[in-house]
Design a protein around this ligand. Sequence first.
Ligand SMILES: *[C@@H]1O[C@H](CO)[C@@H](O)[C@H](O)[C@H]1NC(C)=O
Ligand SMILES: *[C@@H]1O[C@H](CO)[C@@H](O)[C@H](O)[C@H]1NC(C)=O
Ligand SMILES: *[C@@H]1O[C@H](CO)[C@@H](O)[C@H](O)[C@H]1NC(C)=O
Ligand SMILES: *[C@@H]1O[C@H](CO)[C@@H](O)[C@H](O)[C@H]1NC(C)=O
Ligand SMILES: *[C@@H]1O[C@H](CO)[C@@H](O)[C@H](O)[C@H]1NC(C)=O
Ligand SMILES: CC(=O)N[C@H]1CO[C@H](CO)[C@@H](O)[C@@H]1O
Length: 788
Amino acid sequence: MVAFSAAALFVALRVLFTATSSSAAPVAAPVAAPVAAPVAAPATPEVAASSYWLSSITRQGVAAFGDSNYQIYRNVKDFGAKGDGSTDDTAAINSAISSGNRCGQGCDSTTVTPALVYFPPGTYIVSKPIIQYYYTQLVGDALSIPTIKAAASFAGMAVIDSDPYMDGGANWYTNQNNFFRQVRNFVIDLTGMPATSGAGIHWQVGQATSLQNIRFEMVKGGTGNAQLGIFMDNGSGGFMTDLTFNGGNYGAFFGNQQFTTRNLTFNDCNTAIFMNWNWVWSLKSITINNCKVGLDMANNPSNQTVGSVLLMDSTISNTPIGVNTSFTSNSVPNGGGTLILDNVDFTSCATAVQDYTGKSLLAGGSVVKAWAQGNAYSGPTKTRVQGDATVSSKPSSILENGKVFERARPQYETLPASSFVSIKSKGAKGDGSTDDTAAIQSAIDSLTDGQILYFDHGAYVVTKTITIPAKCNVKITGEIWPLIMASGSFFADQNNPKPVFQVGETSGDSGTFEMSDMIFETLGPAPGAILMEWNIAATEQGAAGLWDVHFRVGGTAGTKLQSDTCTKNPTTTHDANPACLGSFMMLHITSNSSAYIENVWLWTADHELDLADHNQIDIYNGRGMLIESQGPVWLYGTASEHSQLYNYQILNAQDIYYTLIQTETPYYQPNPAATAPFTVQSQYGDPDFSKCTTDTCKSAWGLRIVDSEVLGYGSGTYSFFSNYNQDCLATESCQENMISVEGTSKVNLFAVSTKASTNMIIQDGKSMALDSDNRSNFCATIALFTAQ
Ligand SMILES: *[C@@H]1O[C@H](CO)[C@@H](O)[C@H](O)[C@H]1NC(C)=O
Ligand SMILES: *[C@@H]1O[C@H](CO)[C@@H](O)[C@H](O)[C@H]1NC(C)=O
Ligand SMILES: *[C@@H]1O[C@H](CO)[C@@H](O)[C@H](O)[C@H]1NC(C)=O
Ligand SMILES: *[C@@H]1O[C@H](CO)[C@@H](O)[C@H](O)[C@H]1NC(C)=O
Ligand SMILES: *[C@@H]1O[C@H](CO)[C@@H](O)[C@H](O)[C@H]1NC(C)=O
Ligand SMILES: CC(=O)N[C@H]1CO[C@H](CO)[C@@H](O)[C@@H]1O
């Protein structure tokens, strides 16, 4: 997240958005306790019960650091929603979400009141927004997907609102801190509304958020059509996948610092995607059919608001204009407007890319292999390009049918509830204090093929390595992000680090593994903990992966690394407080493994989420993600923030693909500098900063690539502070270097955006690209850096 919002540029919406803020914040009235009794037999086929396991497994989750009677799982029908296609269910659904002392208006954040809100099959009519409180997952039935239908009289910002506006324009939550949300398995239907208004989801979110498997039904064409599937004004995210947008003026109206979006289909929209602003945005596997414009990224041509967009493995058909851009070859106001096209089929488009005046920059009629507009570097020489890009071909290990492989998070919707084994039923306590190591290991060892280990919500303390044998095909999913907390002397020695979860016993163990909806933390300092060691080599593409699994060190209830102990201290020169050390490393992908990692956030907390002060804090975490794999590795929508030595390091690796990655440098650096408190461990290939001659050089690497082959599709690596001071932003020099490419590395790095790093990229110690040569709308951006 970015603590810094003043400059989080915001730009007037080009379009008149009809919903007004004053109508957007109905506060759900407090309601009576939920009806505990089982729901009566369904009255109509529409409201038939489902066999989806999520609706029927035994619920044993408890918020370990909150109220033990607090209700985590909620079925909207238990709160009176009918889903019968006629009753107005707005109040009942909002009460299912808001009941029980939740984090709503006036609460910036908390992790101790999570809610998993389930919608059985049916059609739910709503007349006002469904307000998604902080730390909420809205999950529709995955077997018979429910519809949320806006009534003709619907009034408000959007059918689902993740961050309501109050009168005066302030939001309930800080948009770039609006973490930990999901919406999946819904149809959102606006077709009953007049075409002149209506939005599906107002999605103004930060990291650890996702939309998955949602279909937006909107009015098609017509005059004055103003409907939108997604309205996203700002935030710091994030990930979405498997969405279909039918009709509307804009399928998706996007604006955020950085975002990864995958597998989106647009049919019959006026404009499929309107990019209002961004720093960097990844669009992968986009299908656009029968729209007027595919991607419009030409907002405000006289002062560009869009930093950069990557459009990859996509098809735009029966759509006359593929991309509208404000970049022109002779005038680039405000630097932005970088565009990367990679394997995009424009066969049935007249124009693939035009400038905002309508002049064709690239004709349609073919598949574009690689095309870029922006600044390109091969070595230290900058060229302004608008045309085909010469890049090396992609390794076959990452491809499937000519596209980069992808796989949505498994939801196990076809399995019966009896396939799910509760970790609490297996003896783990999850109470934030009992040592659950033995119970977890024994539950894993006793799983039989086809079973899923279900972590009921809770906090599971682990004091020794948990090993997951690759050959056992283990699958784990959690109830709204249960916590695994590394604790104790076993994880205390940074000179002898030990894995907390070891996936595969030794590097290259072959098998399968799936994990979703879990969080890894430390309980107090654990400087010898590698939160996850990934050794498994998948037996087939994507068969070993993490989805919506996060690593969160400090800043939350129960971690003992909170603002009462670790508050920031920029006023004196100091060493790291030993009470505020986090882990040795968050995620280690070892040399003979392969990995599919999607929507995974490695966050060393920069501020407090639970204690009322929400202060900035100093937590010292050694390393973010280390990748030594020979591939294939896919990283979709990952971020790694505020680790001391580096956020990402790719070492002696190959066949590594990412889209996109995001980092932030610790706000405290260089007080102390990146050389402490974690010291160089050469067996992990650590950087040593020995060539540095200045303080600002001794700051965490956003991305360090050593002797590796990497295909990077989009990165946003940011430095916002120097010892908590932001004066350095005036000169875009909060640190000296951000990305280092070393040794025999072969890289194609597309859409590289850095913030306030004097050198964007250095190669073997030499500056390759300067921030000052590549200023964009907010970051410095280059379209392509190659080293072969
Ligand atoms: C977010 O977008 C809204 C417009 O929808 C704007 O009013 C607000 O100032 C923006 N906030 C930030 C922090 O940029
Ligand atoms: C893409 O999304 C559609 C739903 O819109 C889904 O059916 C399909 O399986 C997804 N494909 C991949 C590769 O995830
Ligand atoms: C361009 O937009 C940026 C960000 O909104 C703003 O700070 C700047 O003043 C604008 N420049 C001009 C010349 O309007
Ligand atoms: C392209 O962008 C310009 C500038 O914002 C806008 O005026 C024009 O309508 C856009 N063209 C299309 C076809 O959307
Ligand atoms: C990786 O595999 C190779 C060959 O199978 C083996 O020699 C090497 O020791 C393995 N590396 C690790 C770290 O296990
Ligand atoms: C100093 C300099 O050359 N700045 C350029 C950086 O690149 C943008 C285009 O992306 C130009 O507009 C700037 O002039």
